[in-house]
Design a protein around this ligand. Structure first.
Ligand code: GDP
Length: 309
């Protein structure tokens, strides 16, 4: 078991008492503990460094109020900053999908192979078809949704989406590995327009690693589809590596949000902070199971709590 931040800090807290202000001296040891705990929670090192610097800036000189001791006051600052950096500072609507456009509203799914794109496509489609989504603070009703796969490299990928779509009771547009991804996208747009779909979700190919050809292809799809949402799907279990992947996708595409999958695993959620930091985009959803109802809106506060332990 990892020693969590709260435990780590309370050990140090006991050694400092009776000081009325957070200072360089009385925060130093505790910030070291924060640093260790964040690294153990799989937050990437550069992100940890930035975070510590931010906390320090906010904390130093702050008065310790009421019955708190400096350690507890610092825990408060850490918690507040974590929540803010997770997206708490983006306001309540950060986690919403934006669909307000001339239909079909296109959602483009991007990410590495195995990240959970196809599963998340099914989950999102189900969520939209059932009207579970919220827009500008209220539920905006059931949507007519079409899904399509532009993954022509993995023969099983198109079949997998077909199965997922059937389970989600969502319309699936067949595509074929002999087609070019751009041709699939064009056909899907055309089909969605002719049949008055409100939302078109386009699943894309993922590779095992980041390569330039893959990025070129998804950029071309983006240019063609002009999606209102470009979601980066990333596996929480990727931990520290999530940073490099997120950076590559954020550089290649104008992302609008992030979906963090497999949070039901034992990941401490540090990837959330890293990805948020690197992309600057809001986390919109988290994947909590393999099942199609395992998608939840992202809550910055809950994620901060998870990272803190
Ligand atoms: P893709 O290659 O990005 O399309 O990834 P898939 O959608 O095929 O997902 C890869 C594996 O991860 C599959 O076995 C999924 O069932 C699993 N998976 C996806 N999302 C989640 C999640 O939120 N939790 C869990 N436990 N498994 C997930």
């Amino acid at each position: 078991m990892l020693e969590n931040l709260t435990q780590r800090m309370s050990r140090v807290v006991k050694t400092i008492r009776g000081e009325a202000r957070l200072t360089e001296a009385n925060t130093q040891e505790m910030l070291r503990e924060v640093r260790m705990a964040l690294l153990e929670a799989d937050v990437a090192l550069p992100v940890v460094r930035d975070f510590i610097a931010r906390v320090k800036e906010k904390a130093l000189g702050q008065d310790v109020v009421g019955s708190l001791n400096p350690g507890q006051a610092l825990v408060g600052v850490v918690h507040k900053e974590l929540t803010a950096l997770m997206g708490g500072d983006l306001g309540a609507e950060a986690g919403e999908l934006s669909l307000a456009t001339q239909p079909p509203a296109v959602i483009l799914m991007a990410g590495l192979q195995g990240a959970g794109k196809t599963t998340t496509t099914g989950k999102l489609a189900k969520w939209l078809v059932e009207g579970g989504h919220v827009q500008q603070g209220r539920k905006s009703g059931k949507k007519k949704v079409l899904v399509v796969s532009a993954d022509v490299y993995r023969p099983a990928a198109i079949e997998q989406l077909k199965t997922v779509a059937a389970q989600a009771h969502v319309d699936f547009l067949p595509s074929d590995p002999s087609q070019k991804p751009e041709a699939i996208a064009t056909a899907a747009l055309d089909h969605a327009k002719r049949h008055h779909y409100e939302v078109l979700i386009v699943d894309t190919a993922g590779r095992l690693g980041i390569d330039e050809a893959m990025m070129r292809e998804i950029r071309a799809l983006h240019d063609l589809l002009r999606p209102i949402e470009t979601l980066f799907v990333v596996d929480a279990m990727q931990g520290q590596d999530a940073v490099n992947t997120a950076k590559a996708f954020a550089d290649a595409l104008p992302l609008t949000g992030v979906v963090l999958t497999k949070l039901d695993g034992d990941a401490r959620g540090g990837a959330a902070l890293s990805v948020r930091h690197v992309t600057g985009k809001p986390l919109k959803f988290v994947g909590m199971s393999e099942k199609l109802d395992g998608l939840e809106p992202f809550h910055p506060e809950r994620m901060a709590q998870r990272v803190l332990g």
